[in-house]
Design a protein around this ligand. Structure first.
Ligand code: ADP
Ligand code: TYD
Length: 209
């Protein structure tokens, strides 16, 4: 458990794996337990997150080491800012579900930047807040790319089969490596939305009931 009053759940997975769909469904279930719940995402909606989205969409270009530092800075701002920061919410007893957190940087940025470098950049966030659990929704890149093609015309920076395959492999390696120190729940995202949602609820409801 983190040291705050609210629980903190981080959703992880490659692009199009079903994170935002499942976050909405989990939030509804938590609220049915009469518990307050706040849903948020990274890159955040704050100033550094907005800047990052310009790089992700291709409007601006930067070296991947610079992007790694920006993702880490956005994360700290997302945790600590006084307007809608995660830590103040958790301290006041609100549960927070976040679409992506530390493992996203470890998995996506370590394809081009050494993992220990990425971990050092994120040390301040990791020392500030560990999720009560990370939920990794596992789906193959072929399937997520097909799902995304149905609803979008534009592809973001990392949305290629090659990159997503490397990212997925890194997620799986990280789950193995961090198993001892982190609670990481691996979910089969190939099932129907309802089945995925039931799996997630069965593994997390003890935090809220
Ligand atoms: P993410 O937030 O990880 O990018 P989304 O929740 O936006 O993923 O889902 C990407 C697309 O896949 C959406 O069109 C969504 O409706 C669809 N989708 C989500 N979960 C499933 C599922 N279990 N089976 C089939 N399609 C799904
Ligand atoms: P997101 O909008 O969540 O994409 P999707 O909904 O398709 O999963 O995330 C934007 C992109 O940013 C996604 O390709 C993953 C990437 N990303 C990183 O590379 N590192 C990070 O630390 C984070 C939070 C996201």
């Amino acid at each position: 458990m983190n040291r705050m009053k609210g629980r903190f759940i981080a959703f992880e997975g490659i692009d199009g794996s079903g994170k935002s769909t499942q976050i909405n469904l989990l939030k509804k279930r938590i609220e049915q337990c009469q518990a307050p719940c706040y849903e948020t995402l990274e890159p955040s909606t704050g100033p550094i997150g907005s800047l990052l989205r310009q790089y992700l969409s291709g409007r601006m270009k930067a070296d991947e080491r610079t992007l790694a530092a920006l993702f880490a800075a956005d994360r700290l701002d997302h945790l600590l800012n006084e307007t809608d920061g995660i830590c103040p919410k958790l301290e006041s007893g609100i549960h927070v579900i976040c679409d992506r957190y530390l493992l996203s940087s470890y998995a996506y940025q370590s394809v081009r930047v050494p993992l220990d470098w990425v971990m050092q950049l994120n040390a301040a966030a990791a020392d500030t807040l560990h999720p009560d659990c990370h939920i990794f929704i596992d789906v193959a890149p072929d399937i997520t790319l097909e799902r995304m093609a149905k609803e979008r015309f534009h592809k973001d920076l990392f949305e290629t089969k090659e990159r997503l395959t490397e990212v997925r492999n890194r997620y799986l390696e990280l789950i193995d490596r961090l198993r001892e120190q982190e609670t990481i729940i691996l979910i089969d995202g190939n099932q129907s939305m309802e089945q995925v949602s039931d799996d997630i609820w069965n593994r997390t409801k003890h935090f809220f009931l």
